[in-house]
Design a protein around this ligand. Structure first.
Ligand code: AGP
Length: 614
């Protein structure tokens, strides 16, 4: 995933572009570049690595660039070609007339490239984007204006794109277009800005237009005009957004990840607000638009997602099967899309995606939609692509998550799955005292989360001590097996330490061979569930192989002190609701180890916030 931005107006263009890219850093961060329309020509500046490198480069030429009329910028997460200056955007056509930044993937770029080479165009980079620049340049020869050149080029592109395009002969505008990749236009007063996402826009204006697929917009200083690919004019639909400028600030925390971990109690509180007013009344989930008789008669649910969202889905399986007694299949979207799955017109598919832009999940949802399935989307971005294919959108409303490692969006997804499972159970006529107790306990979760967060110094000191280990094994059972998987993923992502997760009972079937004093075992231990004693037995087996034992537990059992080397206490909680709490120490543990090791916590190597390639 990459981030793009374009600005035209009287303010300092390069400053605004760099600030916009700064707020899109979570979308990619292996190289960056901007193109400025300055002195009647287009000047391009690029740097490899962090955006800071480009900022440093630009800071040395402030006086040369301060009068630029407009510009476009890009922050890259490499897909085609390594991260170097040649492959960094913006890309210029070989005729030197067209400059493009692009987010997305052009699937037929090789054919197009061969064609263009035959026509005499040349290529410097390995990217698919340079093909767009040359293609538009070729169309420009006939159209003689940028808008029509872009319009004529678009039908030739297969795949996904959001593009900003400048032309050296047109000094008053740039042109943007999109298909299956996000692009938002911010409409200001005598200035306009476009970007992949709102954080790059909110400092300029709160009036925005969400560009639709296959629409083209001509952006001038004092006007925005939108047309469809077939040339018909589209009325501007401006919406006011309420996002605060500090939605993307660290609010005094050292890293976004720590800030976002600490936001979890309030996110859960807000999600519960208005949905459970009386524990004996049915839960409110008005967003579900699927007819009740269809829901009542469902014989199966499929959940598709990737990464952390997949782990939330695995918790969802336990919840739905336990509370509503309907079988649930959970599958990585990347597997679901390449097999003959059983989705049909009677299926309910729940797709979970924080960003709503993950390519595998998007393809899965499109496929399920084509088969006529009902689609419920759980997302943090109700404005994202995935919601186009849904019948019902459950917005987890966690606020922008900047840190690449998902934390607050995970617990918000979990909360939504608890609400859905209860709602579904109630639709199926299963409301009883147990469900009332679960609702009551859900209301206590935000305070219990605050209790864990109020003193993370214990976890911080444990993290310091354990940061020397090179391998960890996380174990869990039942509803906390996904917690173990999520804990291991977090540690891998932000500290680059190998961590694998297993069902605790599987340890003895192979992984136990790995154990010695150098491989700590990290477990979740919640009293009250039938496997509590079994997990203790699994840990004892590990102890006998000299493994260090760390547990996250709500147990008050004094005997645990003799067995475990480190005990991280969480407040008393039922097993079913425990994933909402037990994951927090794991998030903090991964955060502190990463911070202690001096890793790039918010932007770990090789990762992007949302993976827009399959
Ligand atoms: C989480 O920490 C990861 N960054 C990653 O696994 C992520 O959850 C996955 O790529 C799915 O993203 P999505 O929820 O935006 O679809």
């Amino acid at each position: 995933m990459c981030g793009i931005v374009g600005y035209i107006g009287d303010n300092n263009v390069s400053e605004i572009l760099l600030k916009g890219l700064d707020n899109l850093k979570y979308r990619g961060y292996d190289s960056a570049g901007i193109a400025l329309f300055n002195n009647n020509q287009i000047e391009i500046y690029k740097s490899v690595g962090k955006l800071e490198n480009l900022k440093n480069k630009m800071s040395k030429i402030v006086s040369e660039t301060k009068d630029s009329l407009f510009g476009i910028g890009h922050i890259r997460w490499a897909t085609h070609g390594v991260a170097n200056e040649v492959n960094a955007h913006p890309h210029i056509s070989s005729n030197k007339d067209i400059v493009v930044v692009h987010n997305g993937i052009i699937e037929n770029y090789k054919e197009l490239k061969e064609n263009l080479i035959e026509k005499g165009y040349s290529f410097a980079s390995q990217t698919d984007t340079e093909v767009i620049a040359n293609l538009i340049s070729d169309e420009y020869k006939y159209a003689l204006n940028l808008k029509d050149a872009v319009r004529n080029a678009l039908p030739k592109l297969k795949g996904a794109y959001a593009i900003c395009v400048m032309c050296k002969n047109e000094s008053d505008k740039f042109v943007v277009a999109r298909k299956h990749a996000p692009l938002i236009i911010g409409v200001g007063n005598n200035e306009n800005i476009v970007a992949s996402d709102l954080p790059a826009i909110i400092a300029i204006t709160s009036d925005v237009i969400y560009l639709n697929d296959e629409e083209i917009a001509v952006i001038k200083k004092d006007s925005v005009e939108i047309e469809s690919v077939d040339g018909s004019l589209i009325p501007l639909k401006i919406v006011k957004i309420s996002m605060e400028v500090d939605a993307v600030s660290k609010m005094g925390y050292k890293h976004y990840m720590l800030k976002e971990i600490n936001e979890q109690p309030n996110i859960v509180r807000n999600l519960l607000n208005g949905r459970i007013s009386d524990v004996n009344a049915k839960i409110k989930l008005d967003e579900i638009k699927i007819p009740l008789d269809i829901l009542r008669n469902l014989s199966k649910i499929q959940i598709i997602a990737c990464g952390t969202s997949l782990h939330a889905g695995l918790v969802g399986k336990y919840l739905i099967e336990d509370l509503a007694s309907v079988p649930v299949e959970v599958e990585p979207a990347s597997e679901y899309i390449y097999r003959n799955n059983t989705t049909d017109a009677n299926s309910l598919v729940i797709a979970i995606s924080q960003s709503g832009e993950t390519a595998d999940t998007l393809t899965a949802v499109r496929q399920a939609r084509e088969k006529g399935a009902y689609i419920v989307v759980i997302t943090n971005r109700p404005d994202s692509n995935i919601t186009r294919y849904s019948d019902s959108i459950l917005n987890v409303n966690a606020g922008i998550e900047v840190s690449v490692a998902a934390t607050k969006s995970y617990t918000a997804q979990l909360l939504m799955l608890y609400l859905f499972a209860i709602y579904f159970a109630e639709v199926k006529g299963k409301s009883d005292d147990r469900i009332s107790l679960i609702k009551e306990e859900l209301l206590s979760i935000p305070t219990k989360m605050e209790e864990i967060l109020s003193d993370d110094s214990n976890i911080e000191s444990v993290a310091d001590k354990l940061s020397k280990f090179k391998n960890f094994i996380y174990i869990g059972r039942g509803v906390n097996l996904p917690t173990a998987m999520e804990g291991a993923l977090k540690l891998k992502e932000v500290s680059y330490i190998n961590a694998n997760a297993y069902p605790a009972g599987e340890l003895k079937h192979g992984p136990i061979a790995l154990l010695d004093e150098d491989v700590p075992i990290v477990s979740v231990l919640i009293p009250g569930y039938i496997t509590y004693d079994k997990i203790i037995a699994n840990c004892e087996e590990a102890k006998a192989r000299n493994a260090k034992l760390i547990t996250v537990t709500s147990s008050e059992d004094e005997k645990l002190k003799n067995l475990f080397d480190v005990i991280v206490k969480i407040p008393s909680v039922s097993d079913l609701l425990s994933p909402l709490l037990s994951v927090i120490p794991f998030q903090l543990f991964a955060y502190h180890i990463s911070n202690f090791l001096g890793k790039d916590v918010d932007q770990p190597r090789n990762l992007a916030k949302s993976v827009t390639v399959e």
